[in-house]
Design a protein around this ligand. Structure first.
Ligand code: HXC
Length: 513
């Protein structure tokens, strides 16, 4: 037995070394951690259990039969994050550039199966040069198996994928069908085809960073949900993200212990400016309403006119969607609608209640928006809210105009509770635009049309620039002092804790994609 144990220890040592010391050093010089270091840092101390440590590829071309590394370039297994079970795979760039072979794909599919059957999240730490070139169609087939494995249980358990590598081809599509993509500055790139192919096909000169770097995907394309300045920062953010999520679609995120105190927040009475044309930062409202330091923003740099993220309210994990008056006056446009719709869908999949702050002057008009299908994209948000069965609570802090009022979790699309602050303005459109249309003849006939317009604007403002008309009809459940918002919301979500909605049977909804 002693000899057998020694052999086992030696094989384990080989597997732990991956592609060897030189390659590990090369990765460190780039500022990257190795796959094993990432796994150790991500999981709780001593919790990792590895699977398929000795699995090797079955490739016999291009001299591959003489190049075997135990594990075949991917570490798979399970462990705990914040005490809760997760499954993971971590691609090891030191072994054949983390490239995906048939056996590498089999290992990934195996942990994904386990995650599905046991209802726990899967985390993929991507660091791969894509399909293993020496294996041809076998590696392409491996990617297809992964895609189909990810797609099958979509919405059953959370999937997040931080990506550290230059990912091309198959390596970008598997993250793309997960729930969250994280990228690290200067080392992560994602593109369907790299700069060389771009140059050949379109004659564009573009760097990897510009084409598919972290900021490109965080700001322009919206592909990346979170960015980090290095690997460690990424792992910390990933652990934080996981803390807001439940294990699967049938469970809820554990509530943190919370001792009730004075829930009044007087600062909220001071945030809204006197003039309704003056911007303010909705994040100040979010920070004041939610538990201290609990707001965790998603998609921070993309469509900044809407803010989405997770937070805690009296220890309960919630999802927040909020118009941002500080950016484009908080208007809803194509990107904001897509961003918010996706977030709402995620929260609804995973039983995370939704809190919505509304200060929206309407949908953004113009040819750019129309030609980029604001109709279809705005409808995504409308669909997402209307279809969501999690507890949904709205606070109208100021403007709620036009179609955007309906879309932003209004009572009409079955929000559970809608509050408005006394400064709320709920109407079809702003006073000036409305007066110009409905009093057009009267204004034109007046001796002083400008003065008449101002008079009519004031009349319209007086009638509609308040929350009481909506409250009269029950479209707003209560007009509340801003300072009491936190207290009201804690009670609202407590009251909605056991909400159950049954829907007519169907195969699946047809969201306007
Ligand atoms: C086999 C690979 C590999 C691959 C890298 N390596 N990519 N081996 N298959 N796909 C190996 C290299 O030969 C090298 O081995 C080691 O990994 C490290 O690679 P380097 O090139 O030295 O590293 P670096 O300079 O950092 O460049 C990284 C890289 C580059 C940008 C990822 O390696 C690269 O361009 N690789 C090919 C990317 C690609 O085109 N993949 C196929 C995508 S198509 P040695 O022994 O020298 O250390 C695809 C189809 C799926 O994925 C479609 C599904 C629908």
């Amino acid at each position: 037995m002693k000899e057998l144990l020694e052999k086992l220890a030696q094989k384990r040592q080989e597997a732990l070394l991956g592609g060897g010391v030189d390659r590990i050093e090369k990765e460190h010089k780039k500022g990257k951690l190795t796959a094993r270091e990432r796994v150790e840092l991500l999981l709780d101390n001593n919790s990792f259990e590895e699977l398929d440590m000795f699995k090797e590829h079955r490739s016999f071309d291009f001299g591959m039969e003489h190049q075997q590394v135990p594990g075949d370039g991917v570490i798979t297994g399970y462990g705990t994050v914040n005490g809760r079970l997760v499954y993971l795979f971590a691609q090891d760039f030191t072994v054949f550039g983390g490239s995906l072979s048939e056996t590498h794909a089999e290992k990934i599919c195996k942990v994904m199966d386990l995650a599905m059957e046991n209802g726990a999240p899967i985390i993929g730490l991507n660091d791969s040069g894509g399909a293993r070139i020496q294996e041809g169609v076998n590696s392409l087939g491996g990617y297809a198996d992964i895609f189909s494995e990810i797609r099958l249980p979509q919405g059953s358990y959370p999937r997040s994928v931080p990506s550290w590598a230059p990912c091309a081809g198959g390596a970008v599509y598997s993250p793309a069908i997960t729930d969250f993509i994280m990228m690290v500055d200067n080392t992560s790139y994602m593109f369907v085809t790299g700069p060389n192919v771009v140059k050949t096909v379109t004659n564009e000169d573009v760097s990897s960073e510009e084409l598919g770097g972290s900021m490109t995907h965080a700001k322009k394309s919206g592909v990346a949900h979170l960015t980090s300045y290095n690997d460690l920062d990424c792992i910390k953010k990933l652990r934080t993200l996981m803390s807001y999520l439940p294990q699967n679609h049938e469970s809820k995120t554990p509530k943190l212990t919370y001792i009730p105190g004075d829930e009044s927040r007087p600062k909220l009475d001071e945030i809204i400016p006197v003039s309704s044309q003056t911007p303010y930062d909705i994040k100040e409202v979010i920070l004041e309403v939610c538990d201290t330091d609990s707001f965790f923003e998603i998609h921070e740099h993309y469509a900044e006119n809407i803010v989405v993220g997770f937070a805690r309210l009296a220890g309960r994990s919630i999802g927040i969607v909020a118009n941002q008056p500080q950016d484009l006056a908080g208007v809803l446009d194509v990107n904001a609608s897509k961003k918010a719709a996706r977030f709402v869908r995620f929260c609804d999949c995973f039983n995370i209640p939704l809190l919505v702050f509304v200060d929206v002057p309407g949908f953004l008009p113009g040819t750019d928006q129309e030609w980029n299908a604001i109709i279809t994209n705005g409808a995504k948000l409308l669909y997402a809210f209307s279809d969501a069965t999690v507890p949904r609570v709205t606070v109208i802090t100021r403007k709620a105009y036009g179609g955007a009022y309906d879309v932003m979790n209004s009572k009409h699309i079955k929000a559970d509770l809608n509050f408005a602050w006394p400064c709320a303005e709920i109407a079809v459109m702003g006073a000036k635009g409305a007066s110009e249309i409905i009093f057009k003849k009267e204004i034109a006939a007046a001796d002083d049309p400008e003065a008449k317009l101002l008079e009519k604007e004031a009349e319209y403002q007086e009638k509609f620039a308040n929350p009481y008309r909506a409250a009269n009809r029950g479209f707003v459940d209560e007009v509340i002092a801003p300072s009491s918002t936190r207290r009201k919301l804690i009670r609202a979500f407590d009251m909605l804790e056991n909400k159950k909605v049954s829907r007519p049977a169907r195969k699946h909804g047809n969201i306007p994609l």
